[in-house]
Design a protein around this ligand. Sequence first.
Ligand code: FAD
Length: 470
Amino acid sequence: ILIDEPEPRKEKVAIVGAGLVGCLAALSFARLGYKVTLYEYRDDPRNETTVDRNLRSINLAVSDRGIRALNAVDLEMSIRVLKNILPMRGRMIHDVDGHQTSMKYGLHNEAINSIDRAYLNIELLNELDRHKNIKVNYGLKLMKMDFSGKNGNPRIYFEKTKKVANTLEENAIRTFEYNFVIGADGAYSATRFQLQKFVRMDFSQEYMDCCYIELYIPPGASKKYKFQLHPNRLHIWPRNKFMLIALPNFDGSFTSTFFGPWDLTESLDTREKVIDFFQTNFKDAVDLIGLEQVVEAFLTHPKCSLVCTSCFPYNYKGKCIIVGDAAHSMVPFYGQGMNCGFEDVRVLVELVKKHEYELESAFNEYSVTRQQDLDAIITLARNNYTEMSHNVNTTRYAVRKKMDAAMHLIFGDKWLPLYTMVSFRGDIRYSDCIKRSKVQGWLLSQLELGVYGLGAWLAFKAIRAVVRDR
Ligand code: FAD
């Protein structure tokens, strides 16, 4: 079915990168009436074999901000794209002895939702095909961009990446001119790199001393109950400096990820060391994954790095803007990278409408207002590693969580736990989440002091009574 297009606009936009955020940007700008062309350096993933896809499988948690952004484009599209999500209503903490403790995310059964990244990307690409004013060109890699076109329009230069044997076309540079360009080409964005030649852009990049390796928990043997673990939980095996997590898949399997410091991970370089490490730290997970499978995965799967990048500003006049990981890649511990990228697109589209399609004003306002929110979520994501791998194991954390939840119960919307604001309340800006949580954190500390003070006073009275009777 082709979608009814809005009143067409004469401007043409090029979007670089047909990942999750590039696809959503294409759908959103097509809805505004622009003629959209997407450029992607890889082949169409729908042509790849399932085996290839599985090797790159990452499970994402889609939460309120991501869903809001999809809904803002088209509610029916959003329902189609998200039809295979699995709700995770809390964390399940696995201790070393295999005991499991469930911690709900919210008081009202709120959930974040597990979905396979490659699957979601394909669903979004299928949506692009429904639009007459979206064209996708695969196998073209952005190499260069300048603003030498008519009226300072961007000219973009692509190299053909698809190897066609014995043709002169191979590696030929192709040049196109557009009214504006949206860069959604991921953490190592070529668009951002090109933009830096024209904009005095601040840019920073930091690698976290942590790598990750994908593992796989297969579906259970029972036909009746296919999940080997609780399907509606995000499973965590927190071990302070390292951890294992697992997110459910629709077929009953779980995508599991090991996160740990580079030196530790690289030191586990023999079968015996891997077995010893996993049997000591993740015995119950080994029983589910299979010992041989753990060894095979740990020794042969890629060890991937985690990078945080931030930059400012995100645009050059009304001619080019970067969104998603191209503008802000973050570590995955708040499950917000894609959600935030989707929110970028929603916020940008709202500003384009607000400025009545005057792009320079819209893009400038985007840069100025969005920066504090992006900085906020990058910080929150980094800090959440300690929360997931260590704090969840401590009694103090459990007590504070309960106090936080109690305050929310008493004061309703006036007191929202940080996780609730970030993951379930996309109407609250990331920067406001931090501001509100700092105040609440301080108040909780006062309350804690009060409770401890009261406890100490009662204890003192009890001791005095006992001592007096002696
Ligand atoms: P990408 O997905 O990187 O897409 C960029 C696209 O641009 C790619 O298709 C690439 O081929 C193409 N491209 C690159 N260079 C060029 C070029 N020169 N020319 C043409 N095309 C180009 N986020 C969440 O919201 N929730 C989660 O739970 C979550 N978990 C994660 C877990 C892990 C282990 C990791 C690594 C990330 C996780 N994320 C999560 C983050 C999320 O995956 C990213 O934020 C998201 O994929 C970014 O989308 P993007 O479209 O901006 O970039």
